[in-house]
Design a protein around this ligand. Structure first.
Ligand code: PMP
Length: 443
C-alpha cells in the first residue's frame, strides 16, 4: 500500500476508499520492541503487533528454533499422522494450563480456537444425550474473532450487526463495565449487583445452554473493559451452579499479558475450555490451541460408526514450525523468568498511567497488566462520549506515530499493549507520547 494505485491487497478492517489519500505505513523490518518503515524510521511497537508479540521481534532463540524446524520438518498433517513437536507442545501446555485441562486441539488463529471450543461444547452435549443444549451465552461488547461462530457469540454490533441474519442466536448479558455501569452503581459498594442479571439469565436458559463464552478479566476489543476483582470467580461459580461449561477465551489475555500466565489464574478459575492463540508462539507465527477437560474429551469416545468423532480440522492444524516457535516461547519464559519480571513493570506502568488522570478528555484508564484502555470523552464530569465518527482515537494515534510510537485505537479508546519485554524507559515514553497525542489533538 506504500504505492497507492498499485496495490491489489484488500486490507482487513479497512475502508479501502480512504487508503489512496492516506496510504498505510509500510513496515519492512523489526528488532526487539521496534518496527522500522521503508525509510528507516523506527517505531515502538505499542500494541505488540495486535497484542501478540511478547518478547520483542527477531528474538534469536525463537528465530533459531523456527529455522531449525523449517529445515527438519516444515509441515506434515495431524490428520492421520503425528509429529513429536505437536505431542511435546500438548504436554507442555497442559502442564502450565489451569488444572483440569488435559486435552489439546490445535488450529491456527484466535477465531478458530473459539470455533473449536463452540463446536466441541455443542457436540459433547449431543454425544451425551442432551441435544437441547444448542445455545451459547456471552457478553455484550465481547469479541471472539470474525468467523461466523465467533461473531455469533460476539457482542460488538458495529462490526457484527450486518451479519445478524446469518448468525446463530446467543443469549447476551451485560458485562461489568464499571465506568458506565448500567445500574449506576460503584464498585465495591455495588456488591456485584450486575451478576444478579447474569444469574437469572443462566437460571432461565441453563437447560438449553451449551456453554458460556467469556474473555476472562478483560473484554479486549470491546475497549479494554477490565472486570473488577472477584467478578470472574463469581461468574465461574455461577456457571458451575447451573451446570453450564465455561469457555475462557484467553486469545488476548494468555501468555503473561495480564501479569500471570493466564488471566484465569488471578481468580483460581478452572474453565472447561481454554482458547489460546496470539502469544502462544510469542506472537510470531499463527498457531492456536483449544484445551479441554477429560470429561468433555471422553464424550467423543466410542466406536467409529457411532459418529461421536469430532469432525473438525484445518490444513495447518498443529503446524510443526508453529509448534517449535511455541516450544521456544515456553523455554524463553522459563529461561528468562519472564513472569517474575512482570509485577514491577506493571506497577511502574500503572504509576506512569496515573499521571494521565486529570489530562483533559481522559475519562477512564483501565489496566490489566500490559493491556490498557484509555477512554477519551468529550466531557470528563458528565462522561459524555465522543461520537464514533469523530474518530478521536484514530487522530490521537496518528499524532503518536509522529513521536515514533505505533498504537491502534478502538473507537474512542486508546489501546496500549506493549510487549512484555518493554523496559521502564519505553513504558514511560509510551505514556508521554500518549499524553502529547491527547493534548495536541483534543486541546
Ligand atoms: N478472541 C479474542 C479475545 C481476541 O482479542 C481476538 C483477536 N483480537 C480473537 C479472539 C480473534 O483472534 P484472531 O484475530 O487470531 O482470529
Amino acid at each position: 500500500m506504500s504505492r497507492p494505485g498499485r496495490s491489489c491487497v484488500w486490507y482487513p478492517f479497512t475502508q479501502m476508499s480512504e487508503t489512496a489519500a492516506a496510504p498505510f505505513l509500510s513496515i519492512v523490518r523489526a528488532r526487539g520492541n521496534y518496527l522500522y518503515d521503508e525509510r528507516g524510521r523506527k517505531y515502538f511497537d505499542g500494541v505488540s503487533s495486535l497484542w501478540c508479540n511478547l518478547h520483542g521481534h527477531a528474538i534469536p532463540e525463537i528465530v533459531r528454533a523456527i529455522s531449525r524446524q523449517a529445515a527438519t520438518l516444515d509441515h506434515s498433517t495431524l490428520l492421520g499422522l503425528t509429529h513429536p513437536w505437536a505431542e511435546e507442545l500438548g504436554r507442555r501446555l497442559v502442564s502450565i494450563a489451569p488444572k483440569g485441562l488435559s486435552r489439546v486441539f490445535y488450529s491456527d488463529n484466535g477465531a478458530t480456537a473459539v470455533e473449536v471450543a463452540l463446536k466441541m461444547a455443542y457436540q459433547h452435549w449431543q454425544n451425551r444425550g442432551e441435544p437441547h443444549r444448542t445455545r451459547f451465552m456471552s457478553f455484550r461488547l465481547s469479541y471472539h474473532g470474525d468467523t461466523m461462530g465467533a461473531v455469533s457469540v460476539g457482542g460488538l454490533d458495529i462490526f457484527h450487526a450486518t451479519f445478524k441474519p446469518l448468525l446463530f442466536k446467543s443469549v447476551k448479558v451485560d458485562p461489568p463495565y464499571c465506568y458506565r455501569c448500567p445500574l449506576k452503581l460503584k464498585f465495591p459498594s455495588c456488591r456485584y449487583k450486575c451478576l444478579e442479571a447474569v444469574e437469572s439469565a443462566l437460571k432461565r436458559h441453563s437447560r438449553r445452554l451449551a456453554a458460556f463464552v467469556v474473555e476472562p478479566k478483560v473484554l479486549g476489543a470491546g475497549g479494554m473493559i477490565v472486570q473488577p476483582p472477584g467478578y470472574l470467580a463469581r461468574l465461574a461459580r455461577l456457571c458451575r451452579k447451573y451446570n453450564v461449561p465455561l469457555i475462557a477465551d484467553e486469545v488476548a489475555t494468555g501468555f503473561g499479558r495480564t501479569g500471570r500466565m493466564f488471566a484465569c489464574e488471578h481468580e483460581n478459575v478452572r474453565p472447561d475450555f481454554l482458547c489460546l492463540a496470539k502469544g502462544i508462539t510469542a506472537g510470531i507465527l499463527p498457531l492456536a490451541a483449544t484445551l479441554t477437560t477429560e470429561r468433555v474429551y471422553s464424550a467423543f469416545l466410542g466406536r467409529y460408526e457411532e459418529l461421536k468423532t469430532f469432525f473438525h480440522g484445518h490444513t495447518f492444524t498443529g503446524n510443526p514450525i508453529g509448534c517449535a516457535a511455541a516450544l521456544a516461547n515456553l523455554d524463553y519464559f522459563k529461561a528468562r523468568q519472564v513472569l517474575k519480571t512482570l509485577p514491577p513493570k506493571i506497577r511502574y506502568f500503572r504509576d506512569r498511567l496515573e499521571t494521565l488522570r486529570g489530562v483533559s478528555h481522559v475519562g477512564d484508564i483501565r489496566q490489566a497488566g500490559l493491556m490498557v484502555g484509555i477512554e477519551l470523552v468529550r466531557n470528563v464530569s458528565s462522561r459524555e462520549p465522543y461520537a464514533w465518527v469523530e474518530a478521536v482515537g484514530r487522530k490521537v494515534s496518528a499524532r503518536m506515530r509522529e513521536d515514533g510510537v505505533l498504537v491502534r485505537p478502538i473507537g474512542n479508546v486508546l489501546i496500549l499493549a506493549p510487549p512484555l519485554s518493554s523496559t521502564p524507559a519505553e513504558l514511560s515514553r509510551l505514556v508521554a507520547a500518549t499524553r502529547r497525542g491527547i493534548q495536541d489533538v483534543l486541546a
